[in-house]
Design a protein around this ligand. Structure first.
Ligand code: PLP
Length: 370
């Protein structure tokens, strides 16, 4: 049976091999007589699962030893509050670079916990299609040298804008300000130099596994700065000291994440998957740029390799386009409701064959309308 190609933005397609292994192990994990869902989180079986998952993630992302990896809950949206509660306890100043819908949402939430300053924004409020299509150049950034941290989103899932160069905080006049990055939708899609960040966070449901698991990678010196009102279960120090077991962690998503990490190692790790992601993204953007019907407004230098938003120049064809796609087994291509148009999410688990099928359909649909 061939499965359809799923271009959903998250929860998103997982590697088929992972789903098959999970199905095989569903009733009896490794002779334990239990499903992973039925195990005590403190038992030796689950402890082996979480320890392996953590060490695989650490290896895949080359996480330095002075950073903790935390398995939390609440998703990236909860982190929009949990981060300021943790990092803006002693100093309320929080800087943001606004590059799309997710940073906008994050900064609105952070305002409830700190003094937010927008250091740069790429919002174009008058654009008819695509209000965020670029990343402000570093010389536009107005950082506060005494901020508690700077928040950015490495890949704007809705708008399709991705960073390919990290800020040099010393050169920007803020050498002591840690960078916090929302990596929900590009984590593990490419190598990232973790030492350039104070904290990275993301929901799991794109490149990692099922929703319900949030990954936080945080530098040791930032663990103990929380506001007094921060709930214990969300205090990074408490979560770290308890090995992500202060409360019951999302055990099944952690297990699936662990299978995805092993799958990724078998693919050759993040450097190898990045090469595939570059090839997939090029194939799709080239097809869009070569067409008269489709348009992608994002500046080519920051086009996301994970989420490709595009529009049909004749939007009256949107429903026909989506219906034809579905009939060919190309699922979940509708753009986010706040932006409209289309969006193809091509995370790690999407093979190039899926992108080829989409590109063939794009051409075929355009020809039938010519
Ligand atoms: N940040 C980014 C970049 C995202 O793509 C998403 C979800 O799509 C979120 C935050 C919100 O994540 P969650 O729904 O897991 O809270």
């Amino acid at each position: 049976m061939t499965r359809p190609w799923n271009f959903g933005p998250g929860p998103a397609a997982l590697p088929e091999a992972v789903l098959r292994q999970a199905a095989e192990e569903m009733l009896d994990w490794h002779g334990s007589g239990m499903s992973v869902m039925e195990m005590s989180h403190r038992g030796k079986e689950f402890m082996s699962i979480i320890e392996q998952a953590e060490s695989d993630l650490r290896a895949l992302m080359s996480v330095p030893s002075n950073y903790k990896i935390l398995f939390m809950q609440g998703g990236a949206i909860a982190e929009n509050a949990i981060i300021p509660m943790n990092l803006a306890g002693k100093n309320p100043k929080i800087d943001f670079v606004e590059t799309g819908s997710w940073t906008t949402k994050s900064l609105k939430e952070a305002r409830r916990y700190g003094d937010v300053h927008i250091a740069a924004s790429s919002l174009d409020p008058d654009a008819a299609q695509g209000k965020y299509t670029r990343i402000p150049s570093f010389d536009e950034w107005r950082l506060r040298s005494d901020a508690a941290y700077l928040h950015l989103c490495s890949n704007e899932t809705i708008d399709g804008v991705e960073y390919f160069e990290w800020p040099d905080m010393a050169a920007l006049g803020a050498p002591d300000v840690p960078v916090v990055a929302d990596v929900s939708s590009d984590i593990l899609s490419r190598p990232m130099d973790i030492s350039k960040f104070g904290l990275l966070f993301g929901g799991a449901q794109k490149n990692i596994g099922p929703s319900g698991l949030t990954i936080v990678i945080v530098r040791d010196d930032l663990l103990d700065q929380a506001q007094a009102a921060c709930p214990s279960a969300f205090q990074y120090k408490t979560v770290a000291e308890n090995g992500s077991m202060f409360n019951t962690p999302p055990t099944y998503p952690i297990y699936i994440a662990g299978l995805v990490f092993q799958w990724l190692k078998q693919q050759g790790g993040v450097a190898a998957i990045e090469r595939q992601n570059i090839a997939k993204a090029k194939l799709l953007y080239d097809a869009l740029d070569a067409s008269e019907l489709y348009v992608c407004h994002v500046d080519p230098s920051v086009r996301s390799r994970m989420n490709v938003p595009f529009f049909l120049r004749d939007e009256s064809l949107n429903d026909a386009f989506l219906a034809g796609a579905k009939a060919r087994g190309l699922l979940q291509l509708k753009g986010h409701k706040s932006v409209g148009g289309m969006r193809a999410s091509i995370y790690n688990a999407m093979p190039i064959e899926g992108v080829q099928a989409l590109v063939e359909y794009l051409r075929e649909f355009e020809q039938t309308r010519a």
